[in-house]
Design a protein around this ligand. Structure first.
Ligand SMILES: Nc1ncnc2c1ncn2[C@@H]1O[C@H](COP(=O)(O)OP(=O)(O)OP(=O)(O)O)[C@@H](O)[C@H]1O
Length: 351
């Protein structure tokens, strides 16, 4: 049959395919660098120690541990920890995510196929559809799931007993989880941004795995500009390697790192395009605020959730944005960073 698609549509589809391919490649590169055991996991001392105890106790008892909830901004290691939990328990992991579970039946199918002691990793758990959420409460608490057989008036709910298993939930927005769901996790770990020394360790480890001779000053430079995030550190390492191989002589030194980061528009603080767009909008369009999240997100052409979970946590931590009851505001540091003078009536919040 002839294709009725317009050229623009074909181009759009191609774009999507190409970016999906690029995303797959990034994901594969990421997976190759994941620490496999808790002792290889850099930083997060408190969570590592607490989780280590939970797992060790479960192994000693020969029982599945309590369900684990991991929260924190993207790229800090929630998925990595879920894989590590399964490895430390000597079991396998099933991976799914909130957006993939739109109906209770989707979750029932996953739950009823779990084997004894398995880990069920539920990424973006805050996005599970409501009816599935209730099924999850019961499954987590009583290891039971009701499966509906048949349709309409003849439909029957059959209760299935599940073998013990462990849910590892990950969320960038713990505050959105309803209390009954949150309460069913016996252990909750909040992942914090990494400091520069920890990111340097991540980079040194990644360079070793990739067979790269990363000079220490280059590692320091990349670490400093990685937004406290291992995923970004590893990504920047790959971009610096590209630069060194294509534009340089292959040496991964500080000069190569600085040149590459300039090409990729990563500034001295590690802010990326979205961070800068948010700060620009806050100061230029809204005079330093206060401005509501949704208005700010519309101004930068992003979803409010993206601005709130991806850009804001780091900007707030760096004192580049303040969150007040009346909205987001610029700080003295924001104006300094943008090399702008605040208007007379701008709110005075010190970053
Ligand atoms: N503590 C760590 N030590 C070493 N590498 C780490 C650490 N945490 C994360 N990484 C690296 O960062 C990458 C991203 O981590 P991961 O996918 O676990 O983040 P995430 O929190 O699940 O992100 P998202 O919320 O976007 O799914 C991984 O490939 C891993 O190699």
């Amino acid at each position: 049959m002839p294709c009725a698609c317009s050229a623009a549509r074909v181009a759009e589809d191609l774009d999507r395919l190409v970016s999906a391919g690029a995303e797959d490649a990034e994901r594969a590169a990421e997976a190759a660098l994941r620490p496999k055991r808790l002792e290889e996991f850099v930083g997060q001392r408190v969570v590592r120690e607490q989780l280590g105890l939970v797992l060790e106790a479960a192994v000693a008892r020969g029982r599945a541990p309590d369900h684990v909830l991991l929260s924190g901004p993207p790229g800090l290691g929630k998925t990595t920890l879920a894989m590590i939990i399964a490895a430390e328990l000597g079991t396998t992991v099933r991976v799914t995510s909130g957006p993939a579970i739109q109906h209770a039946g989707d979750l029932a199918a996953v739950l009823s196929s779990l084997e004894e002691g398995e880990v069920l990793f539920l990424d973006e758990i805050h996005r599970i559809a409501r009816p599935a959420e209730e099924l999850l409460y019961v499954a987590m608490e009583d290891f039971r799931v009701d499966v509906v057989v048949g349709k309409g008036a003849g439909a029957n709910a059959i209760g299935l007993t599940l073998p013990p298993f462990t849910v590892v939930g990950a969320t960038t927005r713990a505050g959105l989880l309803p209390a009954p769901l949150r309460d069913r996790f016996g252990f909750t770990g909040h992942l914090e941004f990494y400091d520069d020394d920890e990111l340097e360790q991540v980079l040194t480890r990644s360079a070793r795995l990739l067979g790269l001779d990363l000079h220490r000053p280059a590692a320091v430079e990349i670490a400093r500009r990685s937004r406290g995030t291992p995923r970004i550190a590893n990504r920047l390492l790959r971009r610096v390697r590209d630069w060194a191989e294509v534009r340089g002589d292959g040496t991964l030194d500080r000069a190569a790192a600085r040149s590459a980061l300039e090409v990729y528009e990563v500034d001295e603080l590690g802010l990326d395009r979205l961070d800068r767009a948010v700060l620009q909008a806050l100061c230029v369009r809204f005079g330093g605020g206060p401005v509501g999240l949704t208005t700010l997100a519309v101004a930068v052409g992003e979803e409010p959730e993206t601005v709130e979970t991806v850009a804001e946590p780091f900007l707030v931590r760096e004192g580049l944005m303040g969150r007040t009851p009346r909205g987001r505001v610029a700080t003295t540091r924001t104006w300094q960073h943008l090399r702008m003078r605040p208007p007379e009536n701008a709110p005075t919040l010190f970053g």
